[in-house]
Design a protein around this ligand. Structure first.
Ligand code: PRT
Ligand code: ZN
Length: 299
């Protein structure tokens, strides 16, 4: 396979998404070696290489077909999508799937002591943000005119510096807002990491790898919460016990040697299994209950 038919994936170089993104590829089977400059990782066992860049550059690299795939927050994806659209760029990169990390929200925050009674309070005010396109859409959708002050960082100090009345910034725990004497008023976008893919049609063998990686990522995300339960159950209690198994569709029922009134039940549970569930199963008559982690899954 020649170099050009290798998949190129853009990941954040150093930040909140870096470890989870690389870990995801490793869980999908990737074994890699790092380039000398640390800017790339080369897949040793699959035709996939990783390019490390700033997260803000990921949508551009995918849009320009420099990379086939990228992992980046929905906040950045949405901001870039709106910016590209405004410039009349078409077709746009595609969003393949959302991932279970990088969760945060883009919210309007208000300085302590300042009155805020919902969106109309923004009318005619200055709002500092690094997400001008998302904020503009929000204001437009709510029919409110306000001044957007676009900053490249340190948005939370803008009100104190007298540069803005409100801010619109990412929040996860909320402690940064509190430390800066701000409170979270309205959420305008829920975000988490996602995979995007090039708008340009890719050749068949690359497409095949994109498909395989999507299936594997799906599997990796599902197994995180999944458990395999095995137990013995009285036949008479089977219906009750099946109902207690969290998130499992149709369990396998296996006869037990030497007894006809008990069976073994095996089930994949798509949700975490807590002690309370085991206690309920036991009360319902189950015995020899085993809960095992699921390592890999392919639907
Ligand atoms: O250098 P580069 O440009 O690549 O990195 P960056 O500094 O732009 O991004 P980085 O690593 O901070 O975040 C990357 C992505 O992680 C974001 O685009 C989001 O999709 C996601 N993410 C998840 C977050 C947060 N949680 C988050 N809390 N991004 C930023 N924050 C900020 C928040 O704005 C606040 O200032 O972290 C601070 C702490 O948040 P609290 O609420 O927990 O105090
Ligand atoms: Zn960034």
């Amino acid at each position: 396979m020649d170099k050009s038919s290798r998949l190129k994936v853009a990941l954040q170089k150093s930040g909140r998404l870096t470890d989870n993104s690389l870990d995801l590829l490793v869980r999908c089977g990737l074994k890699y070696s790092r380039g000398k400059d640390q800017l790339m990782c080369y897949g040793e066992n699959m035709p996939l290489d990783v390019l490390f860049v700033r997260d803000d550059d990921i949508p551009d690299l995918v849009q320009q077909d420099v990379c086939d795939l990228g992992i980046v927050g929905l906040n950045v994806i949405e901001e870039k999508r709106l910016a590209f659209k405004a410039r009349g760029i078409d077709p746009l990169f595609e969003q393949l799937m959302v991932l279970d990390f990088g969760k945060c929200r883009l919210s309007i925050a208000v300085p302590d002591g300042v009155e805020y009674e919902g969106i109309p309070s923004l009318r005619g005010k200055r709002i500092a943000t690094t997400y001008p396109n998302i904020l503009a859409r929000y204001l437009r959708q709510n029919d409110v005119q306000a001044e957007i002050v676009t900053l490249s960082g340190a948005v939370e100090i803008a009100p104190r510096l007298g540069r803005a009345d409100f801010i619109c910034d990412l929040v996860s725990t909320g402690s940064t807002l509190i430390a800066n004497h701000l409170w979270e008023a309205d959420t305008i976008l829920e975000s988490q990491a996602a995979i995007i893919s090039t708008p340009v049609p890719v050749e068949a063998d690359k497409q095949d790898w994109i498909h395989r990686m999507s299936m594997r990522i799906d599997g990796v995300q599902q197994v995180k919460e999944s458990k395999y339960i095995m137990l013995h159950a009285p036949r008479a209690k089977l219906a009750e016990i099946k109902k207690l198994l969290p998130g499992s569709e149709s369990p396998t029922i296996v006869p037990l040697d030497g007894t006809s009134d008990k069976v073994a039940v095996h089930a994949v549970c798509r949700e975490n299994v807590f002690w309370e569930t085991l206690e309920s199963l036991k009360s319902a008559g189950a015995s020899a209950i085993l809960v095992l982690p699921v390592e890999k899954m392919l639907a």
